[in-house]
Ligand binder design. Structure first.
Ligand SMILES: Cc1ncc(COP(=O)(O)O)c(C=O)c1O
Length: 431
């Protein structure tokens, strides 16, 4: 087991880092995110982009307006390297475009991206764009409560059928992919929220490719991506992110991102976005853009903290089980983790002896870690999924998915690891 595995994206000095001038295209992601997508000359020379808080844009001519509309409505195709003029901020705006360009190099395998005003807006847009009444969507279980609600309370009544498959059950997933009629989307949340169970992305891609009509493989990469897991490189069609979490990183905004290998797929999603009006607004796009250069630093540091804390809690007598990839018991889970992730990340779940009462006591006694839903921010947060984020699920569904009463999910932040360790040990003593 890679207990001492080190985050892979730490900048490490190697021979290839010697100052040899390389092609512009060969820059590393941390450089690309600071240099591409933004031309200071278009913002009176300022080093950071301006915020273009405008709902509409002035055309250079009526002909340019006509051409922009024809391309936006899909009546005509843009020529290679043609930049049609901006129309109206519900379709796109400069800050969204800068942000989309800068996200692409961070997600290996991506050629294009689209930004949304929340993770749920991104997920809703994908499913509405790819499915029709009669379509089926396979999804892993457990899954984030909002996604569960969207699938069962909104899409099911519209005739779109969700098919649940337990996360990590490879044979069940392959069977479902081979046998489900009208399958349009395979939605994998891996690692799963909150049990961290992993699903094999390559196996899903392979099974889908064996269908007469392959389904789109969509991965919710919020927990590990884009730093520690790269689904597009493994053949997935789309990655969705709640940018509210690690991408934004400061628990001060909502956002969603989708990345893709195929730019045409992103164009389809952008047409739906233009109708729904759920594009990320200029101020938030600017804010999110300024957080991207520190993403790898934050995720690496938070994940180092988490791995050290988990190690100190694993043998605690009041901890019945720890859900964290370094401590997976099933060989198949360990295999998937080593095959598709670079590091276990900064979220773990504890099963505390004594069920719901003990879990509540533990949370009540935390002094540094705050009792709040969400994750990925610089401050540590703890929540009780069965009664909050996953309370949409029935007691039977919760039990089947392993979301038990004693389970507490912790998102580790940037505090000093010694203080956090003490926080959890003291709270466990008080249970
Ligand atoms: C795995 C996962 N996906 C999607 C979402 C939804 O994101 P948002 O709250 O930005 O809409 C969340 C939110 O917690 C999540 O944990």
């Amino acid at each position: 087991m890679p207990r001492s595995s080190r985050p892979q994206n730490d900048p490490v000095e190697t021979e290839s880092d010697t100052p040899v001038r390389r092609d512009r295209d060969a820059n590393h992601p941390e450089t690309e995110v600071l240099t591409r997508g933004f031309d200071p000359r278009l913002s009176v020379g300022s080093v950071r982009p301006a915020v273009f808080r405008s709902s509409t844009f002035v055309f250079s001519s009526p002909e340019a307006a006509e051409r922009s509309f024809a391309v936006a409505l899909g009546k005509e195709h843009a020529a290679p390297n043609e930049n049609t003029e901006l129309i109206y901020a519900r379709l796109s705006h400069p800050n969204a475009e800068i942000l989309e360009d800068q996200i692409v190099p961070l997600d290996r395998g991506a050629t294009s991206a689209a930004v949304f005003n929340s993770g749920m807006a991104a997920i809703g847009t994908v499913l509405l764009s790819l499915c029709r009444p009669g379509s089926a969507i396979i999804h892993t279980v457990p899954i984030y409560g909002g996604t569960h609600h969207l699938l069962y309370e909104m899409l099911l009544p519209w005739g779109i059928n969700p098919i649940p498959v337990p996360a990590g059950d490879g044979p069940a997933l392959e069977r479902a992919i081979h046998e489900t009629p009208n399958l349009r989307v395979v939605f994998l949340e891996t690692p799963a929220n909150p049990t961290l169970r992993m699903t094999d992305i390559c196996a899903a891609v392979q099974a889908s490719s064996e269908r007469n009509e392959p389904a789109r493989i969509v991965v919710d990469n919020t927990f590990l991506g884009p730093v520690f897991q790269h689904p597009l490189e493994l053949g997935a069609d789309l990655c969705v992110y709640s940018a509210t979490k690690y991408l934004a990183g400061f628990s001060d905004m909502l956002g969603g991102v989708i990345t893709a290998r195929d730019p045409e797929l992103i164009e389809r999603l952008k047409s739906t976005r233009a109708l729904l009006g759920n594009i990320l607004q200029a101020d938030e796009s600017w804010l999110l853009d300024s957080r991207l250069p520190t993403l790898s630093l934050r995720m690496n540091h938070q994940s180092h903290n988490a791995a050290q804390i988990v190690e100190s809690l694993a043998d605690h007598p009041k901890v019945e089980r720890i859900h964290y990839p370094m401590y997976f018991e099933e060989p198949e889970q360990r295999r998937i983790f080593s095959a598709q992730c670079d590091h276990p990340g900064a979220v773990f779940s504890l099963e505390i002896a004594g069920g719901k009462k003990a879990a509540f006591d533990f949370i009540r006694h935390l002094e540094i870690t705050r009792n709040a839903v969400s994750l990925g921010g610089m401050e540590s947060l703890a929540c009780h999924p069965a009664t909050t984020t996953h309370s949409e699920m029935s007691p039977e569904e919760l039990e089947r998915a392993g979301v038990c009463g004693g389970l507490v999910r912790i998102s580790v932040g940037l505090e000093d690891v010694r203080d956090l360790r003490q926080d959890y040990l003291c709270a466990l003593d008080s249970v």
